[in-house]
Design a binder for this molecule. Structure first.
Ligand code: PEP
Ligand code: MN
Length: 292
């Protein structure tokens, strides 16, 4: 890690010979999402709705992402829902809307692929593939993602150890794709007052063990809108390379994860705070002028 003269950490896991392993303090992979570089000195803010719900919802929300300084648009077209009766996503129609939002705003888009059978379709419409928490251990899916040319946003399994998380990334790298961003999104613990327990220990630990960029999702990590800004700032202080956050133009109408979705004005305020915080920890923020 930067900012330290220490050697690479001694832990109970052995990454010798693994592709994910950091070899030196300066060894760092930069993941390029259509010109947006993740893993460098500048922080990357990804934002957007949990799910793509309609043209109006996505375009209105995407405009706010762009206006307030988000640099990649998120939105699920295939949603992994706990209940089969909950909204499952607009599927290809949702992917088409993401493409439209990209055309209008210029923001690259990241969206989840849940199944190997969707891989070609999701690749055709997106700039970055998300592999969600529930699929972190779907090894055939990881291998297929590793065969694509797309950058991958790999979210930590909600019950995965750091070693299991790194080995999931290893599956992708072992197929030839080293464009992988790791995302800490909270783990299951005995505590139920939050949706998950956001494990910010994972940030410095992962940064020291691997050369892959590490970002944090304080939305799923907390489940509470009012906590998102607090944990977003804590994540940056802990050394994260960026954030992925849910934001909705009308959270109370959201079909998925409205309680943890920021209002546009919350997002605006948080971005202003991050612009103050980032330099205090030696970072900048990727701005659209730099990439468009
Ligand atoms: C999401 O990003 O909308 C999502 C489903 O996240 P996770 O896989 O971390 O639960
Ligand atoms: Mn969500």
């Amino acid at each position: 890690m930067e900012n330290t003269k220490c050697d690479l950490p001694i832990t109970n896991i052995n990454l010798a010979g693994k592709l994910v392993a950091r070899k030196s303090l300066s060894h760092q992979t930069i993941v390029d999402v259509n010109g947006v570089k993740i893993g460098g000195n500048n922080l990357v803010v990804i934002a957007g709705p949990c799910a793509v719900e309609s043209k109006e919802q996505l375009l209105e929300t995407a405009r706010y992402v762009d206006k307030y300084g988000g640099i990649i648009l998120r939105g699920g077209a295939f949603k992994p829902r706990t209940s089969p009766y909950s909204f499952q996503g607009l599927e290809e129609e949702g992917l088409k809307l993401l493409k439209l939002a990209k055309l209008e705003t210029g923001l690259p888009v990241v969206t989840e692929v849940m199944d190997t059978r969707q891989m070609d379709m999701v690749c055709a419409y997106s700039d970055m593939l998300q592999i969600g928490s529930r699929n972190m251990s779907n090894f055939p899916l990881l291998k297929e993602a590793g065969k694509t040319e797309k950058p991958i946003l790999l979210k930590r399994g909600m019950n995965a150890t750091i070693e299991e998380f790194l080995m999931a990334a290893e599956y992708i790298l072992s197929e030839g794709n080293n464009q992988v961003v790791l995302c800490e999104r909270g783990i299951r613990t005995f505590e139920t007052i939050y949706r998950n327990t956001l494990d910010l220990n994972a940030v410095p630990m992962l940064k020291s063990l691997t050369h892959l960029p590490v970002i944090v999702d304080p939305s799923h990590g907390t489940g509470h809108r009012w906590m998102v800004g607090h944990m977003a700032k804590a994540a940056i202080a802990a050394g994260a390379d960026g954030l992925i956050m849910e934001m909705h133009y009308r959270p109370e109408e959201a079909l998925c994860d409205g309680n943890q979705s920021l209002y546009p004005e919350d997002f605006h305020k948080l971005m202003e705070e991050l612009r103050v915080l980032a330099p205090a920890v030696g970072r900048g923020i990727v701005h659209s002028e730099l990439v468009k």
